[in-house]
Design a protein around this ligand. Structure first.
Ligand code: GTP
Ligand code: MG
Length: 345
């Protein structure tokens, strides 16, 4: 039953996959940004979060999406590193996710961290779709900037199309070996029983309309119960990063996945030695489409509702840990919340 303050929150979408398969580039295409180019060796080394509003999604998806079909406010994307040494960060990203995009280079197919990502998704029971990326590198490809996959397909020679199809069926076979029945997304009727594969290019934007449409459709159709929360409830989240911020001292980049966090709230954060009890001094929110990991400018806000990425400024955060839980005490016994946080560490 829905209570008056129950609202549909933004689904959290983790982007997982092997190093260099194009996770950050795909998000760059959606954001209209160039985060990947700014990374040392184009290697992501942290988890990021980006809020993508519904109007941006509708703008990219074009005729594939009727914005009236959706009452979800948008999608919160979590970027994760694919380099083998960042296994903890991948697990953390996977654990936060309501749904995931497994990015696979269509030429390389499954690689070690693709397998690892699949294991994380199995373990956490997270539904996912596959973005078969870099379709523009298919020999003889005739790129159709930003177009849905059907339009792109029709513009290809038989030779180019069958080369791509071969690669796509290879990936579908690898998914099947991993225990997932899969098919090209437009052939999938029941996304709970089958994994949909969406051919895309982060470079040309081909298939990106389809990817966003499928993500919205899946969240809306299968996860409404999970997305219905009491927005007025005490906020809960996970620390992505602990960072020094000029003028604010030690701050936390956090993903809030439940309730609301307000300035002045008493919060409990998992710490190196024991849970930290402190009070929120300032909440700094990246603008829509900005990556919290790289953004320099933030809006100071009074409150943040789930799901969102937010930077928390508060005293005594020096011993806070990335990956630790954050809980708002509001209306509850502080000791109970502290015990709660302790049990999650
Ligand atoms: P990690 O975060 O380190 O795991 O890598 P990533 O998966 O985020 O890959 P990233 O987006 O940084 O892309 C790696 C390289 O592949 C970059 O040089 C991109 O320009 C290139 N690339 C990504 N997507 C595409 C694509 O669709 N087509 C082509 N041609 N190149 C791509
Ligand atoms: Mg990356």
């Amino acid at each position: 039953t829905r209570d008056r303050s129950d609202t549909l929150r933004t689904p959290i979408v983790a982007v997982l996959g092997h190093v260099d398969h194009g996770k950050t580039s795909l998000l760059d295409k959606v954001r209209g940004s160039a985060v990947s180019e700014g990374e040392a060796g184009a290697i992501t080394q942290h988890i990021g979060a980006t809020a993508v509003p519904l109007d941006t999604i509708s703008g990219i998806a074009g005729s594939l999406v009727d914005p009236d079909d959706f009452d979800l406010p948008g999608l919160l994307f979590i970027d994760t590193p694919g380099h083998h040494s960042f296994s903890t960060l991948r697990s953390r990203g996977g654990a936060l996710a309501d749904i995931a995009v497994l990015v696979v280079d269509v030429n390389d197919g499954f690689q070690p961290q693709t397998e690892e990502a699949i294991d994380i998704l199995k373990r956490t029971g997270t539904p996912f779709i596959v973005a078969a990326n870099k379709i523009d590198t298919t020999p003889g490809w005739n790129p159709q900037e930003g177009e849905p996959i059907q339009v792109t397909y029709e513009a290809q020679s038989d030779r180019a199309r069958s080369r791509l199809d071969e690669n796509l069926y290879e990936i579908i076979g690898q998914l099947s070996d991993a225990g997932f029945s899969a098919d090209l997304y437009w052939r999938v009727q029941d996304f709970q029983a089958n994994v949909g594969v969406v051919p895309v290019s982060a470079m040309t934007g081909e298939g990106v309309p389809d990817l966003l449409t499928v993500l919205m459709g899946l969240s809306q159709r299968y996860m409404k119960d999970q997305m219905t929360i009491d927005v007025e409830g005490p906020g809960a989240g996970t620390v992505l990063e602990v960072k020094e911020e000029k003028g604010f001292g030690t701050t936390l980049d956090v993903v809030i996945y439940d309730g609301t966090l307000r300035e002045g709230d008493e919060i409990v954060v998992g710490g190196l030695h024991e849970p930290i009890v402190t009070e929120v001094r300032a909440l700094l929110q990246p603008k829509p489409l900005a990556e919290i990991r790289t953004e320099k400018r933030f809006d100071r806000v009074d409150s943040v509702g789930a799901a969102a990425g937010v930077k928390i400024a508060a005293p005594d955060l020096e011993d806070a840990m990335a990956g630790a839980p954050v809980r708002v005490v509001r209306g509850r016994e502080r000791d109970v919340v502290v015990a709660d946080v302790e049990s999650e560490l």
